[in-house]
Design a protein around this ligand. Sequence first.
Ligand code: CA
Length: 230
Amino acid sequence: MNKPSILVVEDDTAVRNLIATTLKLHDYRYTTASNGAGAILAASSHNPDVVLLDLGLPDMDGVEVIRRLRSWSNMPIIVISARSDDTDKIEALDNGADDYLTKPFSVEELLARLRVTQRRLALMGDGGESVFENGKLKIDYASGCAYIDGEQLHLTPMEYKLLCLLAQHVGKVLTHTFLTQNIWGSSYENDVASLRVFMATLRKKLEKAPDSPQYIQTHIGVGYRMLRVE
Ligand code: CA
């Protein structure tokens, strides 16, 4: 499989060069942009497979770049946030970003995120499948049943809905707001608390060792992601 082409959007020259060098070293193709306007132009002219987007840009907010890209494209977007403030990441995810990296990040982290996104890309062709499989997990959408290692999971309707949401977006970080909106149509404090409870009971049934989960990863203060299991 061809390595995907990456659009790197970063105004900090040192960071941009570091990312470019890393990508080059690992045989990725890439183009760069140093501001929001340049990013939108490069995205439409090069149609990259993945966008690495710094949220703090000189000419416009990174979230605005996401909104504009999302108006015509589903290309995966990984945001890079220098700010430790979770609200930026969450806003970016809620506006359609797929994943995030927090500065300072290591080269290994960057490559790991790209691999996750590549696996997602490889899966994107098979939408509309009636059966979802990931490691030992299997969901049969037609019958509304989920199995682990061939054994049926006895899930409540809410747990099943939650599992399906995570599965449909496997590899992507889903925010608390996204999940509660999709489950209850609202996002009150209570809903987030309920979400935690349902997630805990779902994990108890799904994960062999709920303390070191294999399928569902927690992003503290942000949300959850279903991992692709080999
Ligand atoms: Ca910046």
